[in-house]
Structure formats: C-alpha cells, structure tokens
Design a protein around this ligand. Structure first.
Ligand SMILES: [Zn+2]
Length: 106
C-alpha cells in the first residue's frame, strides 16, 4: 500500500507498520498471547508497543488510506478480544490502552 510505504519512509521507518502488525499478531493470536508463558513482560513482547504503533500509524495516513490498515489490524484485535477478558475495575484516569486492560483469564 503506497500510503503506508510513504508513511514508513517519513514519520516511521521502512517496514515499521508491517513489523508492528506481525508483532501484534504474535502477541495477540491464539497460542502466543498467553502472558503467563511470556518470559519477557516488556512492551514489545506483550504486544503493547507494536499495537500502539498500529494505533498511531493511521492518524498519519490520508483518510482514504486508513480503512486499509484498519482492515489488517481489526482481525487481530477481534481474535485478541475473543480470547481475553477485561481486567477491572479501572480508574477513569487510567492511561492504559484497551488492549492493556485485558488478560487471557486462565
Ligand atoms: Zn521483551
């Protein structure tokens, strides 16, 4: 997608969006998001940092190009939502993103 490539070569770095998507998939999809089995709880390994990059990227894209990227992220988000449950309750002042407020529940 030309708009994403243009974005990667300006505000991000080449391959940043695709590598963020792969990292989010690895962290969020069945069999890999079990945080209990994560050896490393850093933002990269838990998926927080890549998901955050995927949150920021569309805001830098022209509006016509955003749905393309959402279309790639949405299926991963859906899988993550299906296999996690909300932690809670949360303070309204919490700055955690929605994906940080969920856990695998087992
Ligand atoms: Zn790590």
């Amino acid at each position: 997608m030309a708009a994403v490539i243009a974005l990667e070569h300006t505000r991000m770095r080449p391959g940043a969006v695709s590598s963020a998507l792969i990292a989010w998939q690895n962290a969020a999809l069945t069999g890999t998001a079990d945080r209990a089995r994560h050896l490393c709880m850093c933002d990269e390994c838990t998926g927080h940092a890549p998901r955050w990059r995927l949150q920021q990227a569309p805001t830098w894209l022209p509006p016509w190009a955003r749905p393309h990227l959402y279309g790639l992220v949405l299926p991963v988000d859906r899988s993550y939502l299906l296999r996690t449950v909300p932690c809670g309750p949360w303070s309204p002042e919490s700055t955690w993103a929605w994906w940080q407020r969920r856990f695998t529940g087992t």
